[in-house]
Write a new protein. Structure first.
Length: 558
């Protein structure tokens, strides 16, 4: 029944039933046209109970009146129940009312309500938005009997905050305990798998979506396309895309285009873009970003400029900072360093650290030491604790034999308390993600891994591999330098993959690196692809590298 009709009946019958008025408040709160009537109804209740107050608070959940009504509730005095708190935590997350939410959490602890699944799941989501995933984990661990909503909220919290391995562990724990997946847990699990390029996990979650009946859900479908694309299997992504073609919205189309872009297949990305409007969808800023990213990786800056013009003129879309970053990256890769810097300084945005880093990487690749240091200073003005700027410039100075400058940079890092971020690489074996750091000895099979790596390095040296010393200190002995290069995290991951038969012989080895792959590992993997007679795929922080028969698809620009 329409809320005004219910309201009329309640008035004419002169009902004193609080439950009737509570229900009417809820009805009005769900009506976009008459939500303001909720307060008028509430004021007719002689003695509002906790349900009345909760209904009113929920009716105003998208603005600060919700918090005002809660304070009035406490002064009444009426104590909140678990539904009141759940609504308030959601409101605080929406309004960024962080201090208020923390006070609510304290109150929920005093009232012994924080462990109830209903408010706890909202509290998990709040801490996720606050980028405090470990707080979310602590809340979850204190819930005696978490339900599927709580599990889903934790998977989302961990995945959104880049704790991908933990997110997958929780997702799998959820399945093993017999909880049904939700749209949110499936999409978050796929997000975590895509961050790790964990192909087997993508396939496991895909199968689980079929069992759960969510395989046709547009959110899950888009996440599957994104997951397979980032795992480097665009054919699987395309299959999901075509199987659910009728359900796909712009998000799914953009994910498919981004998958092609990440693999450097800009022609397929173009074709998809051109056919988008024919199916009733208008390309948005993310559609253009996928196209520009593919052109950026190829250094096709003239094409990037044409697409930016098309974006403005034909579609009325103003390029964002991310679009300009693609232009700068493309120019820099093509060697147009001065032009790239001019774009950064004249674009209609204040440059962020990311756009300066794009220029810095290109300066480093071309050995422009002084230019690199000039650009690095720009990065450090915005992010003083960014270790990567120091490390990149130190490597350029090292390659140029400017050891005094290297020493000065390292001293500067020490004086400012900046520590080098540890490189990590991971590989998925039988659905489990194995993480490695440089010189790692924590793995159960470390002895075998190092033996296999020594064997591989010996084999590639016979083929002509020569270590790339550019990024090593000059005052370290050759044997020590060789060991330091040999034991990089990505090499350990490859050795482990070969050792345990991560995939059948002849199939690609898939490695993910959290930083830029170094020159020596890049060179070594070219030779390893020949020795092993198999493709090695590395996804680093910048792009995909496919090593096949001694060559890399990046053409040595990254």
């Amino acid at each position: 029944m329409e809320p005004r009709a219910t309201h009329a009946v309640a008035i004419t019958s002169n009902t004193k039933e609080v439950a009737v008025w509570n229900k009417l408040i809820t009805q009005y709160s769900k009506s976009n046209l008459f939500s303001s009537y909720a307060l008028q109804v509430f004021l007719r209740i002689p003695s509002p109970n906790v349900v009345s107050w909760t209904s009113l608070i929920t009716a105003y959940s998208n603005n600060f009146l919700s918090l005002h009504h809660f304070l009035s509730m406490l002064r009444h005095p009426t104590l909140p129940n678990h539904r009141t708190l759940a609504s308030l935590f959601t409101t605080c997350a929406t309004l960024n009312a962080h201090s208020f939410a923390l006070s609510l959490h304290s109150l929920s602890l005093k009232l012994a309500l924080s462990h109830h699944p209903f408010p706890a799941s909202s509290l998990l989501s709040f801490y996720s938005k606050l980028r405090l995933p470990l707080h979310a984990r602590k809340v979850f661990d204190e819930i005696p009997h978490p339900d599927s909503v709580c599990f889903s909220a934790l998977v989302v919290a961990l995945a959104q905050n880049s704790l991908s391995v933990d997110a997958l562990l929780v997702f799998n724990d959820m399945r093993h305990k017999g909880f049904m997946s939700t749209v949110h847990s499936l999409s978050a699990g796929l997000r975590a798998a895509s961050q790790l390029a964990a192909l087997e996990q993508c396939r496991i979650i895909h199968a689980h979506s079929l069992v759960s009946g969510f395989h046709s859900n547009v959110i899950v479908c888009s996440a599957l396309v994104d997951g397979y694309g980032k795992a480097g299997v665009v054919n699987d992504a395309r299959r999901v895309f075509e199987d659910n073609f009728c359900n796909m919205n712009a998000v799914g189309w953009n994910a498919m285009m981004a998958g092609y872009a990440q693999q450097g297949d800009f022609r397929s990305a173009f074709e998809l873009f051109e056919s988008m409007e024919g199916f009733g969808l208008v390309p948005d800023q993310y559609s253009f970003l996928a196209i520009l990213s593919s052109l950026c990786n190829a250094g096709m800056f003239l094409q990037v400029e044409r697409w930016l013009t098309r974006m403005r003129v034909a579609y009325g879309l103003e390029p964002s900072l991310e679009h300009y970053t693609c232009l700068v990256g493309a120019m820099a890769r093509a060697g147009q360093l001065e032009s790239a810097e001019r774009v950064v300084l004249t674009m209609p945005f204040d440059p962020d650290a990311a756009i300066w880093r794009a220029l810095l990487s290109a300066c480093a690749y071309r050995g422009e030491a002084d230019k690199a240091w000039s650009v690095a200073r720009r990065v450090l003005e915005l992010e003083p604790d960014d270790d990567s700027a120091y490390v990149i410039v130190a490597n350029v100075f090292s390659g140029a034999g400017r050891w005094d400058d290297v020493a000065e940079l390292r001293k500067m890092m020490r004086d400012r308390g900046v520590k080098k971020k540890g490189g990590r690489s991971w590989i998925e074996v039988q659905g489990k993600v194995h993480v490695f750091v440089a010189g790692d000895c924590k793995h159960d099979r470390s002895v075998e891994i190092y033996h296999k790596l020594a064997e591989l390095m010996g084999d590639i040296e016979k083929l002509g591999y020569v270590p790339v010393w550019d990024e090593m200190l000059h005052n370290v002995g050759e044997e020590k330098r060789k060991e330091a290069l040999w034991y990089h995290s990505e090499k350990l991951a490859v050795a482990f993959g070969v050792l345990c038969g991560a995939v059948p012989p002849g199939k690609p080895l898939r490695i993910v690196k959290n930083l830029r792959i170094c020159k020596d590992c890049h060179e070594a993997f070219k030779y390893m692809s020949r020795v092993l007679d198999r493709e090695i795929i590395v996804r680093d922080v910048n792009r995909y590298h496919r090593f096949v028969d001694g060559n890399c698809t990046c053409r040595d620009t990254w």
